[in-house]
Design a protein around this ligand. Structure first.
Ligand code: SF4
Ligand code: SF4
Length: 675
């Protein structure tokens, strides 16, 4: 590398390659900003928390360890690659400035320079091992989630893995051969730091019969050129590859929603609007398009999706891919509105309606992609603009509109479950209570779940809490209408409820349903009501036990084996995992056992996202899948904390003809029986 013209030419090529890379990245970024004009919330608040997420989720890759071997492998590649980048910088500089190396800056023979060489030797070797591991895994024992990968996506992965392998392997050979080219004692000073490089280079030396310092230097220079050729190819290819997640993961984590995954973004209804929700690519927000560009198609979301796992058309990986397809289509054809329609062209109605909004995909995605908001935004278009939805859902929405409950019961009978119990209404109590007990539609009208409401009331009375219910002043909380895409109806319901809350100056709310809990806690603040405290009854019961206000009676009978099914809206969306379990463990008649899929890895019952009101026509039933898992534990009681879960688990158990032996009970019932 001594000829000045070669150095100048190399400098020009380097600038062109990295200029091309930067141009492509910026073009994608500005396209997202330009196309994704849909209204978006401010994503730059809570900067400290955001940076913390970048550290834990970006640099430490916390979510990757759910699959430990893949997590370690990915971490080795990521950190190795970061360290190796310093060596890459030295390589490029040495191509432009004759004789350049970091020894000139750090000092020949110094400890710092030795540390640099050692880091390069180890990091390159670490990446070689990890990439060899990744390629062998794909070839010989691929995880199930790779089975449905498109051919282009598989080829892309092999190209990128091979390029990275080539990059680090040639770096090792170049370093080792260069070191071996010098028989001088000062060069051998670095032998311990370049252990792997010299070992691998020596292997090639033996193969090719390299013996003289000149031959070593020629070999080192030749591999150096191969190394930079691979580097330039990788840099040029990256913006066209699905592995451009290396670039987009950083803004995607930094700009991720700071809200609970259970919260949906509210809509504004412009008077002259002709369309609502997402009907075409320009209706997505730039963040949603960024999600699409960030996806690496790893399939972790699909592997845990209850719809995908039970044979539905919905596959969350494909949903995210649709966003990317829609955007790339719009980029290629800017003059046309959108050649391939989003609905019916890129995404089907069956996919959109199959989602239970369980959040398993969002919890699993290592790149923090937000699937649910995109799905619900597209549902909003179907429901509010097109008026297209499953017919069963249409009936539910009509009932919600006329009677403020999904079954269409006369809303004036809402408090009938409480007859004969010591339960006041807010009107009777004049709002002077500590807690509003928000009963919910199921707790008020579902014959089975009324017993749960009675149990909660019994527990609150036992603990001498001052509480009241709204009775016929309570209206559906808005969860089902929102998730069915009818934001207009949900908006009305929520605002009516908030007016009632404000009338009674409600400060603390305890709910008998995780869906009510999630909506009042995470969504009502967007509409102007933020209570001092909103808790689910499982949290309240746990609190009452801890404060000594409740005590379970001792039991001499054999404890009943009980398994707890996590509700997605209580667990995954609101992180209430321990309280129900701690409560159950305090009951002497209960012996708690876990299902394999529990807590954040729990499996949905199939009823969230307004799926409760739709028929499950495709594939196998989600509730049967979950009930089977519960039955396999040998539990005689399946404890739930949600009316939808209770219905689904009861139906699931009955489908296996086990309903005589196995009972499904809410934890409030288990506790009330033990008092
Ligand atoms: S959305 Fe996330 S989890 Fe799903 S395939 Fe893409 S990167 Fe993987
Ligand atoms: S929210 Fe649940 S059902 Fe919907 S796509 Fe994600 S994993 Fe599947």
């Amino acid at each position: 590398m001594s000829h000045i013209f070669v150095n100048i030419a190399f400098g020009i090529v380097t600038c062109l390659v990295f200029g091309f890379f930067t141009k492509n990245v910026l073009k994608t970024w500005f396209t997202m900003q330009k196309i994704g004009k849909g209204k978006e919330e401010n994503r730059l608040t809570h900067l400290g928390e955001r940076l913390q997420k970048v550290a834990t989720e970006g640099f430490l890759q916390k979510r990757m360890y759910k699959d430990m071997s893949a997590g370690i492998m990915h971490l080795m590649i990521f950190w190795g690659f970061l360290i190796v980048s310093l060596g890459t910088l030295e390589t490029l500089m040495s191509g432009i400035i004759p004789g350049f190396n970091f020894a000139k800056i750090l000092g020949e023979g110094t400890l710092v320079y030795k540390a640099f060489l050692l880091s390069q030797d180890w990091a390159n070797m670490m990446v070689v091992i990890a990439i060899a591991w990744a390629i062998s895994r794909r070839l010989f024992f691929p995880p199930a989630r790779f089975a449905t990968l498109a051919k282009a996506s598989r080829i892309d992965a092999y190209i990128v893995l091979s390029l990275i392998f080539g990059l680090v392997f040639t770096a090792l050979i170049t370093m080792g051969a260069h070191s071996l080219a010098f028989s001088l004692p000062e060069a051998d000073v670095y032998a311990p730091q370049l252990f792997f490089s010299r070992l691998i280079a020596s292997g090639f030396g033996a193969l090719f019969g390299i013996a003289t310092p000149e031959a070593w230097q020629i070999f080192s220079d030749s591999v150096w050129w191969l190394h930079v050729t691979i580097l330039f190819s990788f840099t040029t290819f990256l913006p066209y590859s699905k592995h451009q997640h290396l670039i987009w993961v950083w803004p995607n984590i930094l700009l991720k929603s700071q809200h609970s995954t259970g919260r949906l973004r509210p809509m504004e209804f412009a008077e002259d609007a002709e369309s609502f929700g997402v009907g075409k690519v320009t209706d997505f927000t730039w963040k949603q398009l960024l999600d699409g560009m960030t996806c690496v198609e790893c399939g972790r979301c699909s592997a845990v999706c209850p719809a995908t796992n039970t044979g539905k058309k919905l596959n969350p990986r494909n949903i995210v891919h649709h966003l990317k397809d829609a955007m790339l289509d719009a980029v290629k054809h800017p003059e046309e509105e959108q050649r391939k329609p989003l609905h019916g062209g890129i995404v089907s109605q069956e996919e959109l309606w199959a989602c239970t909004t369980c959040g398993a995909c969002m919890e699993a995605c290592p790149l923090h992609i937000e699937h649910i908001p995109a799905i619900v935004d597209m549902r909003r278009y179907l429901t509010m603009t097109q008026g297209e939805m499953p017919s069963e859902l249409q009936t539910t929405l009509q009932n919600l509109e006329s009677q403020s409950n999904p079954w269409g019961f006369n809303n004036s009978t809402r408090a009938d479950w409480a007859k004969g119990l010591n339960v006041k209404t807010m009107e009777e109590a004049k709002g002077e209570v500590d807690y509003l007990f928000w009963v919910g539609c199921a707790g008020s009208f579902d014959e089975r779940y009324k017993n749960v409401s009675r149990s909660i009331a019994k527990i609150m009375n036992e603990a001498k809490l001052n509480f009241a219910i709204l009775g016929s002043e309570e209206k559906c909380n808005g969860d089902s209408a929102r998730r069915a895409g009818n934001e207009y109806l949900a908006d009305m319901q929520i605002k009516e409820n908030i007016e009632t809350f404000q009338k009674y100056k409600v400060k603390k709310v305890v709910t008998g349903c995780p869906h009510c809990f999630n909506t009042i806690k995470n969504e009502y603040p967007d509409f102007g009501f933020k209570a001092e405290k909103v808790i689910h009854h499982s949290e309240l019961i746990d609190e009452l036990f801890s404060e000594g206000k409740l005590a379970a009676k001792t039991s001499t009978a054999e404890p009943v084996k009980t398994t707890y099914h996590d509700s997605c809206y209580l667990g995954r969306h609101n992180k209430v995992y321990e309280e129900p379990r701690e409560t159950l463990q305090k009951i002497p008649s209960v012996q708690l056992t876990e299902m394999p899929r529990n807590k954040e890895n729990g499996f949905c019952c199939g009823a969230g996202g307004a799926r409760m009101w739709m028929e499950e026509k495709e594939g196998t039933r989600i509730n049967q899948n979950r009930a089977e898992e519960a039955l396999k534990t040998g539990a005689k009681t399946i404890a739930t904390a949600c009316p939808f879960c209770m219905t689904m688990m009861r139906d699931g158990v009955a489908s296996f003809q086990k309903d005589k032996e196995v009972q499904v009970k809410d934890i409030a019932e288990v506790v009330a029986e033990s008092l």
